[in-house]
Design a protein around this ligand. Structure first.
Ligand SMILES: [Ca+2]
Ligand SMILES: [Cu+2]
Length: 347
């Protein structure tokens, strides 16, 4: 190779690599400026950094790929609103209890008048805890792995011997729908409607199977805290968590919301009716006036959304954006929590 050519090649490659460096620098700077702008915007936002503004719009609610109560799919319009970025944590709930002296449903004795047939020794404070037996006969009877544990509540998620000392940033669990309403009121917020919840979960994407899009492992990693392994005995925790995860441990959706799939079920405001979607109003539906669940016709239930760390593909795909959970409002469970919504001007 002639020296001149070599020189020009060296010269050119210096320019090229210098150019690449410059491009890299510009991109890094742009990213930094973008993040700073986002932070400044968030700090100016009326609801602070921990809530995201969900711009109003229209979406297709429900799914043809899930349970019957997700049908028919129907168009829904939602006004803009604020949504907690994270599930309410134990630390946040503790502040509420400290400030108000609030006693949760699970910490109170069940009213004997409401449970006339229950044996007296069962009418003690407690909550429903996930306690899988060593072996299950089939996945048809969920009573096999759920049991009423005396002394279980938000401070003692697995019963009297357990605590939340290392779980301050985990979602609060064992909260009844009434507990969530009381917290929301205290915080100057409210529970989201079921339509708002699904709209926010879908992040502006139409009829996608996941809160973040179409691919289960979109970023080549677990995108949510659910169950891996043979349910309910083999908990492989391939996503990093056997139980609840600290809120925000997984990527957010395009509205900036974390854990809209998995981690804990989230109570929403609405009553549950299996047939609601066939008569739901189009504009800002707030749910039916009463409850009906054909599986348990005598029990009035509220809706939960988002699935939990116990969702297994073998049993319950509750992490799907359209999936609906139905539970009596006085029930706390080791996989049920919530997040709040709020009405305030757009940022
Ligand atoms: Ca997990
Ligand atoms: Cu589930």
């Amino acid at each position: 190779m002639k020296p001149a050519t070599r020189t020009s090649i060296i010269f050119v490659s210096i320019i090229v690599s210098g150019g690449a460096l410059a491009v890299k620098w510009v991109m890094r700077e742009a990213g930094r400026v973008g993040r700073e702008q986002e932070t400044r915007r968030a700090l100016r936002a009326p609801m602070g950094v921990d809530m995201a503004w969900i711009p109003g719009g229209k979406f297709t609610m429900g799914s043809n790929d899930g349970q019957l109560d997700e049908r028919p799919i129907h168009d829904v319009k939602v006004k803009g609103f604020w949504m907690d970025r994270y599930e309410v944590t134990n630390d946040q709930f503790a502040k509420f209890v400290e400030a108000t002296g609030y006693v949760t449903t699970a910490e109170q004795s069940p009213d004997p008048a409401l449970f006339p047939d229950a044996p007296k020794e069962n009418l003690v404070p407690g909550s429903v805890v996930f306690t899988p037996p060593p072996r299950v006969e089939s996945l048809n009877n969920h009573m096999q792995w759920w049991s009423y544990a005396k002394g279980a509540n938000w401070r003692h998620p697995e019963g009297p011997g357990s605590d939340i000392k290392t779980r301050g940033s985990h979602p609060v669990v064992h909260v009844s729908w009434f507990d969530c309403e009381a917290y929301a009121k205290w915080a100057g917020k409210r529970l989201p409607t079921e339509a708002e919840w699904e709209y926010a979960c879908r992040g502006g994407l139409e009829q996608n199977p996941y809160a973040w899009g179409r691919e289960r492992f979109e970023k080549g990693m677990w995108m949510m805290n659910i169950w891996q392994g043979q349910f309910p005995n083999e908990n492989l925790a391939q996503d990093g968590f056997k139980g609840t995860a600290p809120v925000g441990s997984f990527p957010r959706n395009s509205y900036g919301l974390y854990d809209m799939a998995g981690n804990v079920w989230e109570w929403v405001a609405d009553w549950y009716r299996s047939d609601y979607y066939s008569k739901s109003p189009r504009d800002n539906p707030t749910g039916p006036v009463d409850s009906f669940d054909p599986d348990e016709p005598g029990v009035q239930k509220r809706v939960g959304r988002g699935g939990s760390y116990l969702c297994s593909d073998m049993y319950c795909k509750g992490y799907r954006p359209a999936a609906r959970q139905k539970t009596s409002p006085d029930t706390g469970l080791s996989h049920t929590g919530f997040r709040c919504a709020a009405d305030a001007p757009a940022p």
